[in-house]
Design a binder for this molecule. Structure first.
Ligand code: ATP
Ligand code: MG
Length: 169
């Protein structure tokens, strides 16, 4: 089974996906690293990062039969199930400050989380979407919850963080 772990930056994808892959014994795929290596596009001066050739990559990338795929684009690829990690915008700001991100990018991402952008995209795929609010969980607790949900068939709640907007920072 190929499990996508997606969510806004700072929601804890890498922390959780690492623990989940160990728990399941599935290889961990770092999708951002794979895309930048194999599908590099132009350098985006505004975003100060490399773009990837997403359309080509979506058609061509294939993952191992069993895998945990870590990345904020993973829900757009050929995966079986999608885990969306969520985080209340105020806590997300704290986490992104901790990662040393610039103010403008922090606000942009906290707003996107408040607008449920990635969760909505994931739901639009029509695949099974498991949603977990990590705001008050540790990465270990989040991984435990996801592992339980995969077995139980519980998909969690479709969260809406719009009431947490605007972002104060
Ligand atoms: N469940 C959690 N509770 C509290 N802090 C967390 C949790 N998960 C991750 N963190 C912390 O939040 C920060 C962001 O986590 P992480 O790097 O795993 O996020 P990410 O979603 O992979 O981000 P990116 O998209 O930038 O790679 C880290 O400092 C991590 O320690
Ligand atoms: Mg990460």
């Amino acid at each position: 089974m190929i499990i996508a772990v997606t969510g806004t930056p700072g929601t804890g994808k890498t922390s959780m996906a690492t623990l989940l892959s160990r728990r399941l014994g599935y290889p961990l795929v770092d999708l951002n690293q794979l895309l930048l290596r194999d599908y590099p596009g132009e350098f985006d001066d505004d975003a100060e990062s490399w773009e990837v050739d997403l359309e080509e990559a979506r058609q061509k990338v294939s993952f191992p039969k069993d895998a945990v795929v870590d990345g904020h684009l993973s829900h757009l690829f050929r995966v079986d199930e999608i885990v969306v990690l969520r985080c209340e915008p105020a806590e997300l700001v704290t986490r992104l400050v901790g990662k040393g991100w610039k103010r403008a990018k922090i606000i942009e991402n906290a707003e996107a989380e408040g607008l449920n952008v990635i969760a909505d995209e994931a739901r639009e795929t029509g695949k099974r979407v498991l949603e977990v609010d990590t705001t008050r969980l540790t990465p270990e607790q989040t991984a435990g919850r996801v592992a339980d949900m995969l077995v139980s068939g519980d998909n969690g709640d479709a969260l809406d963080f719009v009431e947490h907007l605007p972002v104060n920072f």
